[in-house]
Write a protein that binds this ligand. Structure first.
Ligand code: G1P
Ligand code: ZN
Length: 542
């Protein structure tokens, strides 16, 4: 029976960089999920009889939220819900299913790389019909709706059995519980040279892929081990767990330290890789050779034509503003357009839809292409495997070769997590107040050519976004960037990004932190970060 339930608004339902993200106890409050999902549906028109994709990364509260969302979808007139078996669907896989089934949109239940469990994080994100994250005007409307909501519609019905594939009815709506992997695996097979990768594995090429107890486990096992013939055991931590085995499913040097150690060993695997909670991020480390996401984007751009799906070349490449300029050099050499956009995958989607770009990447371990409208962790791993299979070189050789040809962008990000929000905002404001004085100022022989707060106008839909990060751009092209994270759930996180270019005939073999130490010291001198935030060292260095 469909029914209308009275509710009162929660004031904290503003979606951030990646949807609504809060601690589980917040989501578990009465009507919290219901309010948000109803607010999403209230902002969509024409959902009657349409298809909705629902899936998550398997974290604690995934199943509860899915059962609620199914009931609300049925009561709001959706005709069909497609949900992954076990409630599982990786983020890129939701994007793919939205596109291939002609769905109206999808709900991704995840808090990405944040920890899970009863005291961990949970999240809900709505993706639109192109498969990509909702644009800002929609997330703003959803938030506005959450602030005045007074009722939601739901239906009295039994929980769906998410554990087995099958078709069910909830009221007038059909619910299909499907294999979460097969459609995605088919797509990967179209894009990459599976025969060449199979031959690579058959030759004894060793790979370790760490699924970090999260959603990519079943995907990686099926694709790498079953279809491509990688030996069993190639996929580590391949069974999704509600609390990710007590770890953070974040493929960074802190939370994937064991993998880096394995990769740095002289007799380690040729390639170590990992993905995050919901499967959209990637980490790539060759033997003795970590690849920064900014470099990975550049290498992929330069070599994408080696994969069948990109054989005819690429239309253009886009990177987020804080991502290093490495891809810019490749774009220039290829004679294709390079776009710089604010942080967050949604900013790539208008360019992808318009056919302006084929490959996109963010410094935060996100790389992807026009095959879906999300970044895609396993896609990046398969792209690297395809390149390695085609070039018969090691990761280190490919990277050195790349730098020798295009020059090297030394790049690093320092994160200061869970700092005082007021202090972080004051620090940003103090710099904004000094833009005039900073522009043209000289520090240790380096002159700042431009000091500003990054603003962006989308070339396709003309929407405008401001305050996307404070930039200090030096005359030689080096950059210092400060941003406040939009995905944290506790206090504030300050991200400090530094980038400088070394030409192809310069010193390409410096240790990254050493190569950038002068710029990091300058960043502190200008911002007063350490003193203002009371932190002498970053929480994470990437
Ligand atoms: C972070 C990353 C950003 C990415 C987002 C979602 O956002 O920096 O590149 O798009 O996660 O995965 P932030 O916390 O910096 O706002
Ligand atoms: Zn993620």
């Amino acid at each position: 029976m469909t029914k209308t339930v009275s509710t009162t608004p929660y004031d904290d339902q503003k979606p951030g960089t990646s949807g609504l993200r809060k601690r589980v106890p917040v989501f578990a409050q009465p009507n919290y999920v219901e309010n948000f999902v109803q607010s999403v549906f209230d902002c969509l028109s024409g959902i009657e009889g349409q298809t909705l994709i629902i899936g998550g990364d398997g974290r604690y509260y995934n199943a509860e939220a899915i059962q609620k969302a199914i009931r609300i979808a049925a009561a709001n007139g959706f005709g069909r819900v497609i949900v992954g078996q076990g409630g599982l669907l990786s983020t890129p896989s939701v994007s793919n299913l939205i596109r291939t089934t002609g769905a109206f949109g999808g709900l991704v239940l995840s808090a990405s790389h944040n920890p899970g469990g009863p005291d961990g994080d949970f999240g809900i994100k709505y993706n639109i019909g192109n498969g990509g994250p909702a644009p800002e005007r929609l997330t703003d409307a959803i938030y506005a709706r959450t602030q005045i909501i007074d009722s939601y519609r739901t239906i009295d019905s039994e929980d769906i059995d998410l554990g087995t594939q099958g078709v069910h009815r909830v009221g007038e709506m059909t619910v299909e519980v499907i294999d979460p992997v097969s459609a995605y695996a088919d797509l990967m097979q179209e894009l990459f040279d599976f025969d060449a990768i199979r031959a690579l594995f058959a030759s004894g090429f060793k790979v370790k892929f760490d699924a970090m107890h999260a959603v990519t486990g079943p995907y990686a096992k099926r694709i790498l081990e079953e279809e491509l013939g990688a030996p069993p055991g190639t996929v580590l931590n391949g069974v999704p767990s509600e609390d990710f085995g007590g770890h953070h499913p974040d493929p960074n040097p802190v939370h994937a330290a064991h993998l880096i150690e394995m990769a740095m060993a002289a007799d380690g695997p040729e390639l170590c890789a990992a993905s995050d909670g919901d499967g959209d991020r990637n980490m790539i480390i060759g033997r003795g050779c970590p690849v920064s996401p900014s470099d990975s984007l550049a290498v992929i751009t330069a070599n994408a034509h080696l994969a069948p799906g990109y054989r005819d070349g690429i239309a253009g490449v886009a990177r987020s503003m804080p991502t290093s300029g490495a891809a810019d050099r490749v774009a220039e050499a290829l004679g294709i357009d390079l776009y710089e956009v604010p942080t967050g995958w949604k900013f790539f989607c208008t360019l992808l839809d318009a056919g302006r770009v084929t490959i996109c990447g963010e410094e935060s371990a996100g790389t992807g292409s026009n095959h879906v409208r999300e970044k895609d962790g396993l896609w990046a791993v398969l792209m690297w495997l395809n390149i390695l299979a085609a070039r018969h070189q090691s990761v280190a050789e490919i990277l050195e070769d790349h730098w020798r040809r295009y020059g090297r962008n030394y790049y690093s990000r320092h994160d200061f997590e869970e700092v005082d929000k007021g202090a972080a905002e004051d620090m940003m404001q103090a710099m904004r107040d000094r833009f005039g004085e900073l522009t043209g100022a000289e520090f240790d022989g380096r002159r700042i050519a431009q000091a500003d707060d990054y603003a962006y106008r989308d070339p396709i839909d003309r929407s405008e976004t401001s305050s996307q990060g404070i930039r200090l751009i030096f005359e030689d092209g080096a950059r210092i960037i400060f941003r406040l994270s939009g995905t944290g759930t506790v206090g504030a996180t300050v991200r400090l990004y530094v980038d400088r270019f070394e030409p192809a005939d310069g010193d390409l073999s410096l240790e990254t932190q050493a190569a950038l130490s002068g710029l990091f010291a300058l960043a502190d001198e200008i911002s007063g970060l350490k003193q203002r935030l009371g932190r002498s060292d970053p929480t994470v260095i990437t």
